[in-house]
Design a protein around this ligand. Structure first.
Ligand code: HEM
Length: 184
């Protein structure tokens, strides 16, 4: 496990990612913007003229067991692959009922009932991902999820996202925006 990495997603008129679509899946959308920067360097401030900035931090795993962690590690690829020119930024907030659950209850919803990892693994190794936590930073969303994939993986990605949204875990999601991007 590497140390927590603070990441800012800054939307406006600059950045290597071109915003193609912004879809409000559950709840409100986000202000319009044409480009997105993913700023991994804490020292670099987001530009002042941004339409919006969402901040998160990578963290330790909460729900993954050893067998799953080993399976994921054997199949996952890192970000920034040259062929992965498509991306999805999906900010998510979960409701008070979720946060009232205990750790073991959340794990049961997440994997035993919803098979989040099982469903997600169907798109590995073609889809790279990074989960950022934002709840403890006081952000509007609890999680900022980021995915990168090649155009050939687009259909598999859509199928996987649709499967996840139909799970019991998603009954606890009360805000979700789906932002799709291409590398400019
Ligand atoms: C958490 C895997 C796709 C949203 C997780 C975790 C794993 C995982 C292993 C648990 C991390 C931990 O133990 O703390 C995957 C894989 C995917 C995938 C392999 C396929 C590429 C997605 C998609 C979304 C999503 C498409 C959004 C639409 C989330 C969220 C969490 C999470 C919000 C945090 C859950 C929580 O802590 O309550 N994912 N995932 N994942 N994933 Fe996924």
């Amino acid at each position: 496990m590497t140390s927590p990495l603070p990441v800012a997603f800054a939307a406006g008129t600059s950045g290597i990612w071109q915003i193609e679509t912004v879809k409000a899946v559950i709840g409100d959308g986000l202000p319009a913007a044409t480009r997105l920067s993913v700023i991994e360097d804490v020292g670099r401030a987001a530009r002042a003229d941004c339409a919006w900035v969402l901040r998160g931090v990578t963290s330790n795993i909460r729900y993954t067991n050893r067998r799953e962690a080993d399976a994921l590690a054997s199949q996952q690829q890192g970000l920034h692959r040259p062929e992965a020119v498509r991306a999805a930024l999906i900010p998510i907030r979960k409701n008070a009922a979720w946060w009232a659950l205990t750790q073991d209850e959340r794990r049961a919803v997440f994997e035993e009932q919803s098979r989040h990892i099982g469903i997600g693994m169907t798109v590995l190794p073609g889809v790279s991902r990074r989960l950022h936590h934002a709840r403890d930073l006081g952000g509007p969303f609890d999680f900022l999820t980021w995915f990168e994939y090649a155009p050939a993986q687009a259909d598999a990605f859509e199928t996987m996202v649709a499967q996840l949204r139909a799970t019991p875990e998603w009954r606890y999601v009360d805000w979700e925006v789906d932002i799709r991007l291409t590398r400019a």
